[in-house]
Ligand binder design. Structure first.
Ligand code: ADP
Ligand code: ADP
Ligand code: MG
Length: 480
């Protein structure tokens, strides 16, 4: 009988995981909530279980998911990213029910999910980091401590939710007055969002590059890195475009960062796939930021430049297998760029475009192109989930070639119905600083002209509009 693995997620990542599960000769069990019943992740799975009406609460319901796993006879669960992926209670519940959790152990998730505990582990191991409040009472700083930290290191300073994630719960504070005002606000928000009101302070790195290192660690003592990614192109601390490897010309520095990441992972007794995130300042000093204990949205760029299937390895590691390659076997080839194509209107503060029907969907293709999506023509985007439709990842031999490939793909990608981030990415792909690799986390704010475009003006826009008119007149024959 084939092994069954339950996919505790939705959207593009559920499909990504299902593909790896099926390639390994196992069967994939999908779960879903009612608003997702038209989702493609259900269709491609070998079996699908309705959790409930949701929205979101059933994808987050540990008990229901464990029950679904037992009902289907799944021996393992892959949580993907978001939802329960970084929930130590979920990992523990799997363990208690004799189900393999495809990820690190509950203890590792618990420690690293708390940014202050993580910083303390890394400080102990001698990993460089920006000064911060290290108080082991889990970052429960008060106003007095905050003001004395700011007096010592100066403003601006970063106020962070200790249990935060996904770019949320991070605030730049510019003055004592703002600090006094914002600490209670930040606490209340953190409590609502992360069920933990602890906050802590970090010195701000001015206009840093965000560089992260992909780690794979098996249960036989092997911990390897798969090179770097640059995720500096962000909006409100959330990534939009990711590239691999980092464009920093200083090779010894990047090698050092990779080795430091392995050291950091070992210090945390890390197991399975994870990401060590760093900030790099103008003088090329680098600082540990956090470890994400899951597969990342942007894992695709690393897969393209290394040829290593991260999800396949996650599953094998969880089943107790040793990694089948060594650090020497990991060779970086060329460059990769991923853009997150979201149903959002960048011109309207990235307002989500959920609720709309995708009237035309014609994706791109060809050499060096990878698509991770779940949307099809006729699909109505549920309003209740996040707005990621498809990740476009391109791979090229040189950086120039990779950017040119990205441009070609964006120009040939027709989505009609919801507004998307495609025209915005077209502008970035044509922008001088992006093309020359000259960007840091301030890129979007400092390049306001990337918001200037006319989505209906391009040839592909016109074609998509034409196709959607034909569809509309077929479906509504009596309308004018
Ligand atoms: P990446 O994997 O590239 O770092 P993000 O940090 O944007 O991606 O997070 C991936 C997904 O997980 C996003 O959909 C985000 O909303 C969600 N997410 C990440 N961390 C949390 C968290 N602590 N709580 C809720 N959602 C989260
Ligand atoms: P999350 O868990 O939400 O991903 P991170 O701690 O990884 O939070 O930070 C997300 C982003 O916020 C970083 O990529 C960076 O752009 C910004 N950031 C975080 N800490 C600092 C800092 N100390 N100085 C400057 N920017 C920071
Ligand atoms: Mg982060």
């Amino acid at each position: 009988m084939k092994k069954k693995i339950l996919v505790a997620n939705r959207g593009e990542i559920a499909i990504r995981l299902t593909r790896a599960i099926q390639e390994l000769g196992c069967e994939a069990v999908a779960v879903y909530e009612t608003p997702d019943e038209m989702s493609r992740h259900i269709r491609i799975a070998d079996e699908a279980i309705l959790l409930g009406d949701g929205p979101r609460c059933d994808y987050l319901n540990i008990e229901k998911i464990i029950r679904a796993a037992k009902k289907s006879g799944a021996c393992a669960i892959h949580p993907g990213y978001g939802f329960l992926a970084e929930n130590p209670f979920f990992a523990k519940a799997c363990e208690n029910n004799g189900i393999i959790f495809i990820g690190p152990t509950a203890d590792i998730i618990l420690n690293l999910g708390n940014k202050v505990i993580a910083r303390n582990i890394m400080a102990e191991a001698g990993i460089p980091m920006v000064p911060g409040t290290q108080n082991l009472k889990q970052g429960r700083i008060g106003v007095a401590e905050a003001l004395s930290f700011a007096a010592k290191y100066g403003y601006p300073t970063m106020l962070k939710a200790t249990s935060g994630g996904g770019g949320r719960g991070i605030r730049r504070i510019e003055s004592d007055a703002e600090m006094k005002e914002m600490i209670p606000v930040a606490r209340a928000e953190a409590l609502a969002a992360f069920n933990d009101d602890s906050v802590f302070l970090e010195k701000v790195v001015i206009n840093p590059k965000h560089v992260e290192v992909q780690i794979l660690a098996d249960s036989h003592g092997n911990t390897l890195h798969l090179g770097t990614r640059d995720c500096s192109i962000q909006r409100r601390n959330q990534k939009l475009i990711e590239i691999a490897p980092s464009m920093i010309k200083n090779r010894p520095l990047l090698d050092e960062i990779c080795n430091t990441a392995v050291k950091a992972a070992k210090a945390a007794n890390y197991l399975n796939a994870g990401t060590v995130e760093f900030l790099i300042d103008k003088d090329q000093n680098y600082y540990f930021m956090e470890i994400n204990t899951r597969v990342q949205v942007e894992h695709t760029v690393t897969e393209m430049i290394t040829g290593i299937d991260i999800v396949r390895n996650q599953i094998n590691i969880a089943f107790g297998k040793p990694l089948s390659f060594t650090q020497k076997d990991v060779q970086i080839r060329g460059h990769a760029i991923e853009v997150r194509i979201n149903a959002e209107d960048p011109k309207n503060d990235f307002m989500p475009e959920g609720g709309k029907k995708v009237s035309v969907y014609r994706s791109t293709g060809g050499f060096g192109v990878r698509l991770d999506g779940f949307v099809y023509q006729g699909y109505v985007i549920p309003e209740v989930y996040d707005s990621l439709l498809v990740k476009l990842t391109v791979h090229g031999f040189t950086w120039e070639e990779t950017v040119e490939r990205l441009k070609r793909c964006l120009h040939n990608f027709a989505i009609r119905g919801p507004k998307t981030t495609i025209p915005f990415y077209v502008n970035i792909a044509n922008e001088k600083d992006f093309v020359t690799g000259n960007f840091d986390t301030s890129y979007i704010e400092t390049h306001p002209h990337i918001f200037h475009y006319d989505e209906d003006a391009s040839e592909v826009g016109k074609l998509a509009r034409f196709i959607s008119q034909i569809h509309y007149s077929r479906e509504n024959p009596f309308s004018k």
